[in-house]
Structures are given as C-alpha cells and as structure tokens.
Design a protein around this ligand. Structure first.
Ligand SMILES: O=C(O)CCC(=O)C(=O)O
Ligand SMILES: [Fe+2]
Length: 304
C-alpha cells in the first residue's frame, strides 16, 4: 500500500509499529497530516457507516435539527450557510460514551439497523483515535496512554456539489481546533486540499480503505509547537456529491491541555499556557478566525 508515496503526504502503516514511530513523528512535524492504512477498521463497516450517514443527511431539515445538543455548543446539525452554501453536517459529542451515541440515535429516530452500525463505528473509531494519539505521543519519546478521558466528536459531512458549483468552495480554509481528526474521506470525489509549509495547496486524492489524519490546534499546544496543525479546505472539483466523516479527538474533558515537561527545555521554551479545549473553542468563535490564530492568546509567560 505504500506505493502512493512520493506524490504527496506520507502514509503510515499502523501495523508497522514500533518501526513506524520515526516516520510518524516526521509526518506530524512536517505535514500535520498523513494517511493511515492497516488500521483494522473493516472496509465493510466503513461502507455501511457511509450509507447510514447519507440516509441521516437525507432526512428533512426539521428532523436533522432535532440532533441539536445543548451540552456542547457547535454540535448537532450544521445547515448550509452563506459562507459554505454547499456544506451541511451532523455531529455529536461524545463518541466514546454509549449513552451519548444512544441519545443521538434517538433524536434522529435511527432504525435498529442504523443504530447498530453507528454504535459499532463509533466504538471502533474512538479506539482508533486514542490509539493514534498514543502512537503520536510515543513517537515523541513519551509514554502513551493519557488520552482515555479525552472527548471525541463524530461529524458526518456532505457537500452538495453539482456541475455548476465546480470551482467554488466546499468548506473554507481552516485548522481543526482539537487535537486530531481521523477522516474517512470520499472514496471517489476529491476536493480536499492541505496547505504545505510554503503555503501551496496539496490535493488529497481519494484512497479508499484508508483514513486521513489531520492534526489541529490542540496538537500544536500539547506538543509545545512541535506538531504542525495543518490548514485545509475543500474545493468543488467535480459536480458530484462528496461525503466525508470524521472522529475528532478534541482534548481532555475537563483538564487543561499543556505540553508535558519532556517537551519543554532550554531550546524549546514553553510556548502556550494551559488551556481547556472548551475555553479555546469559545475564544476561537469570538475571534471569528477559523485558521487557529486564537492560540496566540495563550502564549506562555517567558519561562521554560
Ligand atoms: O470533508 C473533508 O474532507 C474535510 C472536512 C473537514 O476539514 C472538517 O470537517 O473539519
Ligand atoms: Fe477540518
């Protein structure tokens, strides 16, 4: 499967640890984004979940709005907007909680069949997200295992692309606010682009059966600026509906994110003060910038 390398972002074999640690670290530091394969999630489950997401997004707007969640602002149903008129999404918090999965399914009146698939997918993807964070942590020389209590959102995205929309935006340039996202992008319809170090856009071509990992603002905060939070956007490249979904590992549910002592030294003074994901998210909303500038508000006092 490694045959596609050299054309863009790195690809990591999740069965290849510990020998893939160095490559993973390089991918996190240089790109903030990489493909993963041999991840253990059955392709049949990926396909079934995509079909479930599609049928949920086919529900009437009023039914989708019932997924609103008062616990976590910003989850529930995101309608097409002025900024992103071709985009809509359904999301909920927290994938790692059987109760929350159950509540989301009930709000959308999911059938027993749909429920079964959502439950299985959420459990498997939540485990994969924690395993990914654990591997990243170990790749930086730390012991892993600190991510169990972190919050994880599921998002199901739809881009209603038609031939007339080719060339227009699906979602605008942004960073993800959380720690990492494990994205199941569309099997066939491309359009996702990441910005590399030089500011050029690199297209992420579909690669069925794999996932794309995207590091967000909290990865930069946690790693004391070592991990790169990659800016990305979705452009309409062809006139067909594009679907994606992702598990977003945000940060600890209550505690603040701060770089572990091992990642702070004379050469790498502490960059950021401790911040909880929720406080950060709120400030990001106030600032209205979606490319993560709000992190600068948490600059640490000059100490190591
Ligand atoms: O649809 C995609 O491929 C990317 C979605 C995305 O960037 C997001 O949901 O944060
Ligand atoms: Fe994103």
């Amino acid at each position: 499967m490694g045959g596609r390398e050299g054309t863009g972002i790195p690809a990591i074999d999740l069965q290849g640890f510990p020998s893939q640690h160095e490559k993973l670290r390089g991918a996190g530091e240089e790109w903030g984004c990489f493909r993963v394969f041999n991840h253990g999630i059955p392709e049949a489950l990926m396909g079934e979940m995509k079909a479930v997401a599609s049928s949920l997004l086919d529900l009437p707007t009023e039914a989708k709005k019932k997924s609103e969640d008062r616990v976590m602002e910003g989850t529930g149903y995101v309608q097409p907007s002025k900024a992103n008129p071709l985009y809509e999404a359904l999301g909920f918090y927290d994938m790692g909680s059987a109760g929350a999965v159950d509540m989301f399914c009930s709000k959308l009146n999911a059938s027993p069949h749909q429920r079964g698939i959502i439950e299985t997918y959420c459990k498997a993807m939540h485990e994969l997200a924690m395993d990914m964070a654990d591997k990243l942590s170990r790749s930086m020389g730390l012991s892993g295992g600190v991510f169990e209590d972190w919050a994880c959102q599921l998002w199901m995205n739809r881009y209603s692309f038609v031939p007339e929309s080719v060339g227009s935006i699906g979602v605008g340039l942004h960073t993800d606010a959380g720690f990492l996202a494990i994205l199941q992008d569309d099997d066939a319809v491309g359009g996702l682009e990441v910005m590399d170090e030089s500011g050029s856009f690199v297209p992420i071509d579909p690669w069925p059966g794999t996932f794309l990992v995207i590091l967000g603002d909290m990865a930069a905060a946690w790693s004391n600026g070592r991990l790169c939070r990659v800016k990305h956007r979705v452009q309409c490249k062809e006139g067909r509906t594009r679907a994606s979904m992702g598990a977003f590992l945000l940060g600890p549910k209550k505690a603040a994110i701060e770089a572990p002592e091992e990642l702070v030294d004379a050469e790498h003074p502490r960059l950021y003060a401790p911040v909880t994901y929720t406080d950060y998210w709120k400030l990001r909303l106030v600032g209205k910038s979606r490319t993560g500038e709000a992190l600068a508000l948490f600059q640490a006092a000059s100490e190591i």
